[in-house]
Design a protein around this ligand. Structure first.
Ligand SMILES: Nc1ncnc2c1ncn2[C@@H]1O[C@H](COP(=O)(O)OP(=O)(O)O)[C@@H](O)[C@H]1O
Ligand SMILES: O=C(CO)[C@@H](O)[C@H](O)COP(=O)(O)O
Length: 500
């Protein structure tokens, strides 16, 4: 049996699945946690990847591997391959002012026309501007800027700081892929190349793609962008985990590395999503996206125009407040997730008029980085535990239904909605999704679809052909659209938005 592996280095954890390359059946899997916080040293991801690999029984017998990961995180490397400062993650909002500055300097329309994006604090371009403005000593040390999956792929190939990697700090070997490059804000999905002028505007220094010649000395290196189906090279035959264990030994057969991907693009691959499919993922982030043959830029910034990992595009709207809204309200009510579901399903649609606008961590869509969450419609009568539980789920999903509306307004077709992500295991999330989204909802069999998508890339790199593994459906909730939920939510959110 030929085995391929896919990794999802996500915000909260690292997961690996090892699959049969023919048919995609799961053979073994592993996981390990990441630290909390919006600023994380990449060494923690390497540690968690090592632990997840060990948890899955090692890399023995695997022919190819690819790494999907959380998008946008800024990994700064110095000339010695050392991490300059902890990575600022996609959900770190300190660069909100930098986003506003860049938008003012370039213009929202021009930014969207050049990169598919209008800057918000999540995008890497705003983070490099923040470092330039707030940490000039760190900025001066920067020799390369990479993303989480780029850095992990580079480490697996044996590169890294001298003394702790077999091949040392060769920054010219950094690679990325078009899906993750498209979330930086300095790469164009329209031209398929870096917008080096934008990088220079943001960071104040010239940059060049790894391997490119004829550019000024001292230019910052940006990872080489690999095509779908390409290989990044082999896993190094003396690849050591963070704890010194051998991840891949000299006696093992070669393991080819796929290009890797941003997690949402990887999920689209793992699901085999096609035209007319809209994917909603409820993990740390909430995302709603489609796979599209053409990209329409959205100058409002609601829908970001990413590239996908298959040669097409991935228009997407993303919220900062998703699964953690539920853990927060479950904590408040002192219940576990099963009890939260039971409570929520005990309340009527619309939660008796109670609305939670869940901007606990600020928000990205809409762009309100400094906002806070608020309950609306609380009366003595409506303030019940079931209404609070339901309002949490409704509010979280309504943020995403706004993204679906925006995708449809831009002309992307939406015929069915595939619901994935950790919080979708919650039966109340499944049921309420069918009340919030005016589309047929389907729940694929529980699985790590980002990691599966990375495994699709691994198989593609190995065989030269993109595999078409079947995805089974676990549930198809009865359509039960209840317009009052989003009507109430929009009214409450407009008050919150105006006050933020
Ligand atoms: N039954 C459940 N109900 C609600 N939330 C859940 C449930 N099971 C898991 N979660 C949440 O799902 C999240 C993890 O989902 P995942 O998609 O793996 O996130 P990420 O990819 O961002 O790390 C965690 O915040 C966890 O609390
Ligand atoms: O910022 C985005 C996409 O633009 C997020 O989707 C991140 O990519 C993090 O994903 P999860 O860890 O929540 O899966």
């Amino acid at each position: 049996m030929t085995l391929v592996a896919g990794v999802d280095s996500s915000t909260q954890s690292c997961k690996i699945v090892i699959l049969d390359a023919v048919g995609g059946a799961l053979v073994r899997e592993g996981r390990a946690g990441h630290p909390d916080g919006t600023e994380v040293h990449p060494d923690h991801w390497w540690q968690a990847l090592s632990e997840a690999i060990n948890d899955a029984g090692g890399l023995g017998g695997i022919s190819a591997l690819s790494v999907g990961g959380q998008q946008h995180g800024m990994v700064l490397l110095d000339a010695g391959g050392n991490v300059v400062r902890p990575a600022l993650l996609w959900n770190d909002t300190r660069s909100a002012q930098s986003a506003a500055d860049l938008t003012a300097e370039v213009g929202a329309e021009d930014f969207a026309r050049r990169t598919g994006l209008v800057p918000v604090a999540s995008f890497t371009v705003t983070k490099v501007r923040w470092v330039r403005d707030h940490e000039p000593e760190s900025a001066a040390r920067v020799a390369a800027v990479a993303l989480p999956h780029d850095w992990l792929t580079w480490r697996l190939r044996g590169y890294g700081p001298a003394g702790s990697s077999p091949l040392g700090p060769d920054l010219e070997q950094l690679t990325t892929d078009r899906s993750d490059a498209s979330g930086t804000g300095y790469w164009s999905p329209f031209s398929g190349s870096y917008d080096l002028d934008l990088f220079k505007l943001a960071f104040g220094r010239d940059a060049r793609e790894a391997g490119a010649a004829g550019v000024p000395d001292g230019a910052v290196i940006l990872p080489r962008v690999l095509a779908p189906g390409a290989t990044a090279g082999p896993v190094h035959p003396e690849c050591f985990g963070a704890d010194g264990t051998v991840l891949h030994g000299a006696g093992d057969s070669d393991i080819i590395l796929g290009p890797g991907a941003g997690d949402n693009a990887a999920a689209a691959l793992g699901l085999g999503a096609g035209p007319g499919d809209v994917v909603v993922s409820v993990g740390t982030s909430g995302t709603v996206f489609a796979v599209a043959a053409e990209l329409h830029s959205d100058t409002t910034g609601t829908v970001a125009g990413f590239a996908d990992a298959g040669g097409a595009y991935l228009p997407i709207a993303v919220t900062l407040n998703a699964a953690r809204v539920l853990s927060s309200i479950a904590g408040l009510l002192a219940v576990d997730f099963a009890e939260l579901a039971a409570l929520a399903l005990d309340a009527e649609p619309g939660a008796g008029g109670v609305v939670l606008v869940p901007y606990f961590e600020g928000e990205r869509t809409p762009n309100l980085p400094h906002a806070k969450a608020s309950f609306h419609g609380l009366s003595i009568e409506s303030t019940t535990r079931p209404n609070l539980a339901r309002a949490a789920i409704e509010g979280m999903l309504c943020g995403l239904s706004g993204g679906l509306d925006a995708l449809q307004e831009l002309g992307y077709p939406a015929r069915r909605l595939l619901l994935i992500g950790g919080a979708v295991q919650n039966p109340a999330v499944q049921r309420i999704a069918a009340q919030v989204f005016d589309l047929p909802v389907q729940i694929p069999t529980p699985g790590e679809y980002v990691a599966r998508g990375a495994a699709v890339q691994a198989a593609w790199a190995l065989t030269g052909t993109r595999p078409g593994w079947d995805v089974a459906l676990d549930a198809t909730p009865e359509p039960d659209f209840q317009a009052l939920i989003s009507t109430n939510y929009k009214r409450a959110a407009s008050h919150s938005d105006a006050g933020n």
